[in-house]
Design a protein around this ligand. Sequence first.
Ligand code: F6R
Length: 607
Amino acid sequence: MCGIVGYVGGQNAAPLLVEALGRLEHRGYDSAGVAVVGSQLKVTKRAGRVRDLAEVLPKRTSGRVGIGHTRWATHGPATDVNAHPHTDASGTVAVVHNGIIDNAAALRARLTDQGVELVSDTDTEVFAHLVALSGADTLEGKVVDALDAVEGTYGLAVVHAGFPDRVVVARNGSPLLVGVGEKEMFIASDLAALVRHTTTVAHLADGELATVTAAGFTTFRRDLTRTQTTAREVDVDPSAYEHGQIDGRPRMYTEMLEQPASVERALRGRLDERFATAHLGGLEMDARELRAVRRVKILGCGSAYYVGQMGASLVEELARVPADAEAASEFRYRDPVIEPDTLYVAVSQSGETIDTLLAVEEIKRKGGRVIGLVNVVGSAIARACDGGIYLHAGPEIAVASTKALTTMYVGFALLALQLGRVRDLSVADGRRLVAGLQALPAQIEQVLDGEERIAEAAKSLAAAESLFFVGRVRGYPVAREGAQKFKEISYRHAEAYQMSELKHGPLALISPDVPTVAIVPDDELTDRNVAALHEIAARGGPLVVVTHPGVDLGELRAERIEVPRNERELDPLLLTVPLQLLAYHAALSLGHDVDKPRNLAKSVTVE
Ligand code: F6R
């Protein structure tokens, strides 16, 4: 979603800002703009892509201080006027903002009464006017005055023609990072925009502001007292953040192919063969505390929620602790009961998803303990949790999550194993699962090798306007994730259903035009699943069955996709991988841009 960049230093800011905005494109946006402070303040903004902005940016835009933004429309449509930066009437102040100002309507009314003419539909514009109207004699004082009037979430950056050496930034709920260069400083809402220039980075805390000049940065609170936030070296490979296709392939494709390596990384150093368990130091919980857990509640959004459901099954099966997953976006709105002996687990690739972050804050406010399964190191959710497991998937650029998802699954398997082994899971079962986890990277490779056949099946599915994904128990969250992936990049209606529930209603929709993708592992439920497939076939429904070698489908006419066997409890991971390829090839055959699906953003930072 929205992205912020900023620069203060010795170089011409405009090209640097445009380049940095290009590095945030994967997050999803509909307009872009920059404000540069030179002899005067110049703002250029445009609905459309960053390259459209680059085309209209006057060649003579010069100045060594500036801010930029990619906008995802919330208040008002994607137009040039609604794009950020926003300015006051005199064009002295420019502001870029991520998040939402909740009391924008009241502030707009107040400003209008004071004779201010608002030109955009946005909540952000009010902020520029509030800064301009402040009587404070420093930019910091003006920003603080404006912040005192607003309620809501924000990461924001402000420049002012009267203070041409600085950018003032503030954070409350939306990430903001300051990158330290050689006599130059960078600002961004996402590490991806900084790493080409620097890997020495400070994360602002909620409630913190910073003054950024070419010489460095200082952080402070709203009462102007100093804070001690410092920059640290982040351990990342800048080349992993490069955008665009690799060898002519979309990023979703290269990220799917990376899964044997990313799963390997997620496991590295965490398995203990001798004691047949996992070691997750980041949990910050000893065996006594782990034994005291009476329930596990997993929270995430979208695909992270579906993997959370797979994780809940793992916890129940391996640790025999009651567990369930809930969409964080629902949980946070229902005044949830927080229990002291429940372990809450927040799961997120970006570590920024606002609903998941606010769910974590709700749990903490009520005294609960929450750990994070998070990919982006130092992200808001990772920092808000009491402890956690980093996923080590590496940067995920494509909007449709693949490699982060499979590492989330591994994170849950490790957690369930460790929880199980401090309780009743036997050494023999522990060994079995350790070996199963170790086998996963090579087995994912095997599934990926079957791409050609999966691509064929995908083409026939893509022809249908509507399809079902069905599974039972362990297979149901797999079906949900498969349907999610399919619909988000192919734009076909794909509905996930419990296999057992088909005959309670949806069977009415089965016909030769409505194919079904069925998840049928070789487990204690295979016979029941095959019986349900016969019911579909009897109504003429075409079938694609994702299954294990040796599963007898009898006389069924079905397209069969096989994945290798592992331990039954770990089946969902390998069953998920062909569904990624299925969605990918369906989308490609329909001519869609799989890396930037319509209407979707990589990080959902608004409520
Ligand atoms: C689907 C997808 C989304 C995300 C969801 C949560 O492919 O990417 O459904 O899983 O928006 O995002 P994170 O994991 O960043 O919290």
